[in-house]
Design a protein around this ligand. Structure first.
Ligand SMILES: CC(C)(COP(=O)(O)OP(=O)(O)OC[C@H]1O[C@@H](n2cnc3c(N)ncnc32)[C@H](O)[C@@H]1OP(=O)(O)O)[C@@H](O)C(=O)NCCC(=O)NCCS
Length: 214
């Protein structure tokens, strides 16, 4: 297991699995993926298994979680959360809305990004940091990418604003933390001004995982 839960506060319940689960989907969930390729159906279904386990651990009944605007998951009203899947790994992190404003999690293979992607998703400041972390045995470009995906997954559901990879500067620390600073106008959400995010990361079992909690 990747230890994603260890990157999150105890108010956030994270369920992860390396095995696909064949559960009965709700009709709305089934409708969302009935034309998808088998790989997509498997990741979607197993992520819903993770969601239901997490809902149960929060003391809540199972519920449908269907992709909404721009793919963001439609959570039952009492919860916020985030889903990630990559080859051989699926996870969902959920918390009560009363405790947490938003969550973002992401998992990626600990392998370099395809040629050209790193340049497209990073800025000069971040590329200079790469040297500083070069000794860690982590695919640093992939870690940066994952941190930004976690930021976006936490950002979008509460702002409904897009965020480009170069709209955020991420500073990754060797101690397993990162800070993300927005270069776009801050957002006001529930009386909180969002101009940046604090996150955590880990690399284990061939995967890089990142998490952001607001
Ligand atoms: C949405 C996105 C982050 C998903 O990442 P991914 O690596 O493709 O896929 P993952 O398996 O890790 O995550 C997929 C899950 O993300 C969630 N997701 C999709 N769109 C989302 C959104 N707009 N907001 C929040 N979560 C979203 C969904 O729950 C999805 O799983 P599901 O379809 O089974 O419900 C990515 O496709 C994307 O659009 N990135 C561009 C925007 C971005 O990252 N900007 C960086 C700003 S610094």
């Amino acid at each position: 297991m990747t230890g994603l839960q260890a990157l999150l506060p105890s108010s956030v319940v994270c369920v992860e699995t390396t095995t696909d689960r064949d559960i009965e989907l709700y009709p709305q969930e089934r409708a969302a993926i009935e034309r998808a390729v088998p790989k997509r159906q498997a990741e979607f279904t197993t992520a819903r298994w993770c969601v239901r386990q997490a809902l149960s651990r929060l003391g809540l009944p199972a519920a449908a979680v269907v992709p909404q605007e721009r793919g963001a998951p439609g959570w039952p009203p009492p919860v916020v959360g985030s889903i990630t899947h990559c080859p051989g790994f699926r996870a969902a992190a959920l918390a009560l809305r009363a405790d947490v404003l938003s969550v973002g999690i992401d998992a990626e293979p600990n392998e370099p990004l395809p040629v050209g992607v790193y340049e497209a998703v990073s800025c000069a400041r971040e590329r200079a940091d790469r040297v500083r972390l070069g000794h860690l045995g982590v695919a640093w470009d992939r870690l940066l990418f994952s941190a930004k995906e976690s930021v976006y997954k936490a950002w979008y559901p509460i702002t409904h604003r897009s965020l480009d990879f170069t709209d955020v500067v991420v500073r990754i620390e060797p101690d397993g933390t990162f800070e993300a600073r927005q270069l776009v106008a801050p957002a006001r959400v529930n009386g909180t001004t969002l101009s940046g995010f604090s996150g955590r990361w880990a690399a284990r079992g061939g995967l890089i995982v990142t998490a952001v909690v607001v």
